[in-house]
Design a binder for this molecule. Structure first.
Ligand SMILES: Cc1ncc(COP(=O)(O)O)c(C=O)c1O
Length: 304
């Protein structure tokens, strides 16, 4: 597996990060994950915009590698060299504040950020989507900037572990009686025929899939509201599902061992999934978009 680290393409086993990297010491960084369909990214600009906003908010200057043309050239090489031009995959990108002697305050200006990128084959389970899955609830013990996609994921890791240990697919976070999101997913419910999800404030990540699904709902004439669900509303929902880059639309048929709706995946989730899938397939076959094509006018300048 070939990965990209700080200007070089190299086998994963040869990649090295200094022990003083602030990602390792403080979790001082952000990341992003794109879905790749036949080597083309789905909604590439939305993910990039979220990454750029995250870097701005945590005050890491945009590394040169992340200028859009260069970024897509790096991604293209990872896709081609790892044989990911067909079928489905994910592209992972992480940026940390770089390596420097340990101080809580930022290192001197000019300290190079660490930039890591990798692509790997991936496809969500079709079987699980068709059957629906169980979830558990967990108290949302996270900080108040959940809108930032930082690499500090311990509450998410612990929540997901509790879910897996109890045979569930994910944990749904609940803060003050309000459903926020999953450990790596947005949460949607259908209540009285209205699609509901938490507003994109500091309590949730502004999910790209979330935004796309709200757009699809509007296009399909499905009423939707960015109004949070209470935990009691969640249990009364006719449908509940998780949404995210690595989950698409995943119906949840039970929460904390209580049946949701009919106990089977519902029609709204299915309608939204079919349209999401159609848009992903269109992105995959969009050979003219040039989104992840080598841009001849600005060739890659990264060192091998
Ligand atoms: C906490 C959290 N919420 C929601 C999402 C879904 O976001 P997206 O649809 O952009 O993948 C993620 C994705 O990793 C996440 O980590």
């Amino acid at each position: 597996v070939l990965i990209y680290l700080n200007g070089s393409f190299l086998p994963r086993s040869e990649a090295r990060i200094p022990v003083e990297d602030r990602g390792f010491i403080f979790g001082d960084g952000v990341y992003e994950v794109w879905r790749l369909i036949d080597g083309n990214a789905f909604e590439p600009e939305k993910h990039l915009a979220r990454l750029e906003r995250g870097l701005r908010e945590i005050e890491i200057p945009l590394p040169d590698d992340l200028q859009a043309a260069r970024l897509w050239n790096i991604a293209r090489r990872l896709i081609v060299d790892n044989d990911l031009t067909s079928d489905e995959a994910t592209l992972y990108l992480e940026v940390t504040r770089g390596a420097a002697p340990r101080t809580h305050y930022y290192p001197p200006p000019g300290t190079p950020a660490t930039v890591y990128m990798a692509a790997a084959r991936f496809k969500p389970s079709e079987t699980l989507r068709r059957s629906g899955a169980a979830a558990i609830t967990q108290p949302d013990i996270r900080w108040l900037r959940c809108d930032l996609k930082t690499i500090q994921l311990l509450p998410n890791v612990m929540g997901k572990q509790r879910a897996v240990a109890s045979g569930a697919i994910d944990a749904i976070f609940v803060r003050d009686g309000i459903v926020t999101e999953g450990t790596h997913t947005s949460v949607f419910g259908v209540i009285d025929g209205v699609l509901r999800t938490h507003p994109a404030d500091h309590h949730v990540l502004p999910g790209v899939t979330r935004a796309v699904l709200l757009q699809i709902a509007s296009d399909l004439g499905i009423p939707s509201e960015e109004t949070p669900m209470s935990l009691s509303e969640l249990f009364e929902a006719s449908e509940l599902f998780l949404a995210g880059t690595t989950n698409d639309v995943l119906p949840i048929t039970s929460v904390d061992d209580r049946v949701i709706g009919t106990g089977h995946p519902g029609p709204v989730a299915d309608q939204l999934f079919q349209e999401l899938r159609a848009r992903m397939d269109a992105a995959g076959s969009n050979r003219d978009s040039g989104q992840l094509e080598q841009r001849e006018d600005r060739p890659a300048t990264v060192a091998d």
